[in-house]
Ligand binder design. Sequence first.
Ligand code: ASP
Length: 422
Amino acid sequence: MKKIALHWQILIALGLALIVGILVRQLPEGAQGLVLATFEFIGKIFLQALRMLIVPLIVSSIINGVSGIGTGEGVGRLGFKTLSYYVATTLFATIIGLSTVNLIRPGISNGLPVGELIGLSEDTAEVMEKIGHQDATQLVDIFLRMVPTNIVAAAANGEMLGLIVFSLLFGLAMTRLKGQHAEILSGFWHAIFYVMMRLTEWIMLFAPIGVFALVAKVVILTGLGALKPLFSLLFTVLLALGIHFFIVLPLLLKFVGGIRPIDHFKGMAPALLTAFSTSSSSATLPITMECLEKRAGLSNRMTSFVIPLGATVNMDGTALYESIVAMFIAQAYGIDLSITTQFTVVLLALLTSIGVAGIPSASLVAIVIILEAVGLPIEGVGLVLGIDRILDMCRTAVNVFSDTCGAVIIGHTEGEKPYVKP
Ligand code: ASP
């Protein structure tokens, strides 16, 4: 029997999860709880298996990527291109978000601010406690976190920014080594990296099961009814994400990268579907790298440099979401934001999206920072809780897609030919 391609397997798993999730909601509470616990367990194992790979994968791939470029000059050039791509696409995304939210005004319904119509979600207090007190000084923190005092603690606490900076410096220092030392170290990091990729392949075999469990769990917990009162916001975010995903990035692919967008969508399907169901760019990282190397034929050197950095730093979907939600909350409370304040929102969305971790719901923290900074009521976050999860799934897929577009586009400018069979 012919084996079904992985992305089809995952897609089928997604469809089944929707159906099973809705059916399980009809069960009596006890039985529902049992199924839910089982799905939670399976989903958790899948996520943990992916997370297990993150630290060694980020470190080994960045060190390999940077040291493999050869000279400090090469690293500088590639670094400049990569960062320019990140900033440009994130800025595009934020502007799309801001324009859409100003046009559709999802925070106003029949001339009334939505806040009055739906009231705040009940678990706002709980979330606020979880998020803790945030303010604009947290922005400075992003820069502080780039220089960890203890690299082992940074790894243990999942502080990726610090880990990335350390690995970049390590790789850069390696380019200065000569002779035997250079060979030993480069062989060592290469070997680690290949072992991590092999482990990724094994875990990917379980992706359809993991995806099924994770998505079914969300459907059982929230049902589809949770979406109704916030339909307009949902529509605004999806429209803006859609414009970025289906129009802006494909145009860049075609005209800057010389790549047929359809090839890239197909090639990246497993990574996109995993991002969608895990809501975590970091957890998806191993699969993203695997897809770029095996399906797009991008060099290991390019993938190792652009992707681990992108998974943490480049979050187009997140920046877009943050700016829409900040504006939505202003509208929902009947507050008009001046152009200058809206500009501040754009800037903060750009900066905070760099600091946001690639984990589920991480944006909520950044949104609180933005609300504080522009003087909006932070309780407003409660308004979006009901639909945050589903939007998280979509924005994470956009985050990951933008990383992969960056990798192939920059690869193209460096003389590589993704999707062209040798
Ligand atoms: N879940 C997102 C990611 O991992 C981050 C966020 O926007 O919450 O990319």
